[in-house]
Structures are given as structure tokens and as C-alpha cells.
Design a protein around this ligand. Structure first.
Ligand SMILES: NC(=O)c1ccc[n+]([C@@H]2O[C@H](COP(=O)([O-])OP(=O)(O)OC[C@H]3O[C@@H](n4cnc5c(N)ncnc54)[C@H](OP(=O)(O)O)[C@@H]3O)[C@@H](O)[C@H]2O)c1
Length: 241
């Protein structure tokens, strides 16, 4: 049987110490890749490396600090695939009316997920080997706006536009994004049952996604040598109902 295309490749996962990014790290390791996970808290990096075991390296990296991002990639050297799953919940609180919107908080919503992603791509893309790729992360609000969440919706849509723009700008480096529906990560698995039902009952697949199921989309986009500028929805079918 032919080796997995990820075998022996170096995969850098920014935000890879928990949730979806951690699942991508586990899956890439299982396919014989070498992985580097990075996030802002040393304790998170240490815990992730303890769980991932052999084949994984890690580093702290705060994506909101451009100097830190530049230094990280300088030290890292060449690699094959860049995955960005870093995210915080700054400015993501929905439900308030537009009249009460705090514009400073709204701007903060772009800090890690949008500007952080752009900083990482800016300093990382030049180190990507031939045939390599970048995979960003957005979310279903980009396709299914909810009342009280215009800023989050716009920020996630901006990541999709950025993905397409970078696919043109950085070609032949491939640039894609994964758009997850509700993933049952550490953060969301403590969600009250009633809320979980509200988010999932209408779905063709009426449950939250396992992080490992969402990770499959990143693996496909890393391997898919003729795929660029695409957003892959992994949403239990939420976008079609
Ligand atoms: N889970 C879902 O249901 C879902 C649905 C749609 C979209 N998404 C998106 O998918 C992404 C991952 O979600 P998740 O559920 O896996 O979240 P998560 O478990 O909270 O993971 C987020 C990761 O980002 C890192 N991070 C946060 N701030 C950072 C910073 N300034 N610099 C570097 N790393 C930073 C965190 O580590 P540190 O704290 O150590 O920095 C952590 O490793 C997020 O963008 C999220 O919005 C998730």
C-alpha cells in the first residue's frame, strides 16, 4: 500500500494545543507526519505535548504579537503544511442589540482569528516547501448569520474572503479553510443539553461533531494537491437546511 501523502511531512498547527487543532495534530501524527503545535500558554503546550507523545514538538506563540510570530517562523525553518486553528472568544458575545454594541470589543473579535491568521501567514508562507499548503479556520455564522451577532459573522466571512485572496496571492502555495459547525471540543462539551439541542436538533446529522471528524477536513485539504481557495464546510449538513 502507498504511504500516506502526509507521511514524513512537517505540519505546523497554530492553536494545536486544544480542541480542533489538537485533533488535527493527533490525526497528522497517526498518518506519519511530524507536528509542531503552538499556542500562547506554556502550560497548554506542555499538556498537549504530553498527550501527543513521540513525533510532536511545541512552542509558545502569541499570534497577536507580530514580533513573536516572526521569531517563531525564523526559528522553525522549512516545513510543509500550516494549519491555523487559534481562536479566542474576545468580542464574540452575541445577543446584544446593535445600539449597545461596544466597538472596541467588536474590533477585538478580529484580533486572534483574523489578524492573528494574517500575521501567521505573512511570516510563515515563505518557509513552506513545494506542494505545501495553508489551512485557515472560520465558522458557520459566516453562512448562517444569527440575530445579535453581526460582528462575528462579518469576521468569519472575512476569513473566507482572505482564504480566496491568499490562494491567488500566494499561488502555488495552496490556501483553503475549514468551516466547522458545532464541534464537541473541551470548550463546547460542557454546554447545557438544552442549548446543544437548540444548535443541533434541526441538522440532518442531529449532534455536535467530534473533533476527529472535523480534523479529517484539514487532512484532506493538506493532501489535496489540486485544491485551493476553497472553504470546506463540516457542519452536520447545517448549511443545507
Ligand atoms: N469548536 C467549535 O464548535 C467551533 C465551531 C466553529 C468554529 N470554531 C473555530 O475553530 C477554532 C478552534 O476552535 P476550538 O473549539 O478548537 O477552540 P479551543 O479549544 O479554544 O482552541 C483554541 C486554540 O487557540 C489557542 N490560542 C488562543 N489565543 C491564542 C493566541 N493569542 N495566540 C496563539 N494561540 C492562541 C489556544 O491555546 P492558548 O490558550 O494556549 O493560547 C488553543 O490552542 C476557533 O477559531 C473557533 O472559533 C470552533
Amino acid at each position: 500500500m502507498a504511504a500516506d501523502p502526509l507521511h514524513g511531512k512537517k505540519v505546523v498547527i497554530v492553536g494545536g494545543t486544544s480542541g480542533i487543532g489538537f485533533a488535527v495534530a493527533e490525526a497528522a501524527l497517526e498518518r506519519g507526519a511530524k507536528v509542531v503545535v503552538a499556542s500562547s500558554q506554556q502550560a497548554g503546550v506542555d499538556a498537549a505535548l504530553g498527550r501527543l507523545g513521540k513525533g510532536a514538538e511545541g512552542s509558545t506563540l502569541n499570534v497577536t504579537d507580530e514580533g513573536d510570530v516572526a521569531g517563531f517562523f525564523e526559528r522553525l525553518g522549512a516545513f510543509d503544511h500550516l494549519v491555523f486553528t487559534a481562536g479566542d472568544w474576545a468580542g464574540m458575545g452575541g445577543g446584544s442589540s446593535l445600539a449597545e454594541l461596544d466597538l472596541s470589543a467588536a474590533k477585538a473579535a478580529f484580533g486572534v482569528r483574523f489578524w492573528g491568521a494574517l500575521a501567521v501567514v505573512k511570516h510563515g508562507y515563505g518557509k513552506i516547501a513545494e506542494g505545501g499548503s495553508i489551512t485557515l479556520t472560520d465558522g458557520m455564522l459566516a453562512h448562517r448569520p444569527r440575530k445579535g451577532a453581526p460582528v462575528s459573522t462579518a469576521m468569519l466571512g472575512a476569513i473566507e474572503s482572505l482564504t480566496q485572496a491568499l490562494a491567488v496571492d500566494l499561488a502555488p502555495v495552496r490556501v483553503n479553510a475549514v468551516c466547522p459547525g458545532l464541534g464537541m471540543t473541551e470548550r463546547s462539551s460542557g454546554m447545557p443539553e438544552a442549548l446543544l439541542q437548540r444548535f443541533t436538533a434541526r441538522l440532518p446529522l442531529p449532534r455536535g461533531g467530534d473533533p476527529a471528524e472535523i480534523a479529517e477536513a484539514y487532512l484532506y485539504l493538506m493532501r489535496g494537491g489540486y485544491t485551493t481557495g476553497q472553504v470546506l464546510l463540516v457542519d452536520g449538513g447545517g448549511s443545507i437546511v
